[in-house]
Design a binder for this molecule. Structure first.
Ligand code: ZN
Length: 208
């Protein structure tokens, strides 16, 4: 939704659902964890009545432990927090799950896969950032991030886990295939869908 027309939240959410989007991904930025400010729980609450699809909320904020509940109350179905943020990761993930939301853990391009390994048995989703978090429209960092997607897939098989592997950043008709080949199964696309001449066709292309 970061790449949508913010003047038309209801229209854009409905448009993405009608075009075939499975989830809506909402990027929350606090101006501290990343050098950008996007929106807070009020935006999630504004989107919620206009779509039936899963709201996948990605918290790029310093204190996800302090704020996640407000997003759950606003209507988030899935809440993803960063391993690099300032919190007790185990406690935050457990609290999110206890509240009835699916919990995800994200890692930025500079963070090694080993940093998330201790938590793989506690998550519903692993979000591998494929650009540096903070701004939409960046180029996909294939060399830095695809080995982590492959490692996540291998670890899932080895450990008997079932978490989704989500890629986020620079995803379009070409890069989604690269990420799928590496093992990703959830693809966050912003600019390449909202700015496409035909969003439904762009989504079909990615599925193919
Ligand atoms: Zn995101």
């Amino acid at each position: 939704m970061l790449a949508s027309d913010w003047g038309q939240v209801a229209v854009e959410a409905a448009r993405a659902e009608a075009a075939g989007g499975d989830w809506l991904h909402l990027d929350v930025m606090d101006g501290h964890f990343v050098d950008n400010i996007s929106f807070g729980p009020q935006y999630v609450a504004a989107v919620r009545p206009h779509t039936e699809v899963t709201l996948d909320v990605h918290l790029m904020i310093v204190r996800p432990d302090h704020y996640w509940k407000r997003f759950a109350e606003a209507g988030a179905d899935r809440i993803t927090v960063h391993v690099e943020a300032d919190h007790d990761v185990v406690a935050t993930l457990a609290a999110i799950r206890e509240a009835g939301c699916a919990c995800g853990l994200a890692l930025s391009p500079d963070t090694p896969f080993s940093d998330v390994e201790p938590f793989l048995d506690q998550i519903d989703l692993l979000l591998v950032m494929t650009v540096r978090p903070g701004f939409g429209g960046q180029a996909f960092m294939e060399a830095e991030t695809m080995p982590k997607v492959a490692a996540a897939k291998a670890a899932r098989e080895a450990g008997g886990f079932s978490y989704h592997i989500e890629v986020d950043g620079g995803i379009d008709a070409d890069t989604c295939h690269i990420a799928a080949a590496a093992g990703a199964n959830v693809f966050v696309a912003g600019t390449s869908l909202f700015k496409a001449p035909d969003m439904a066709e762009a989504i079909r292309g990615m599925r193919g």
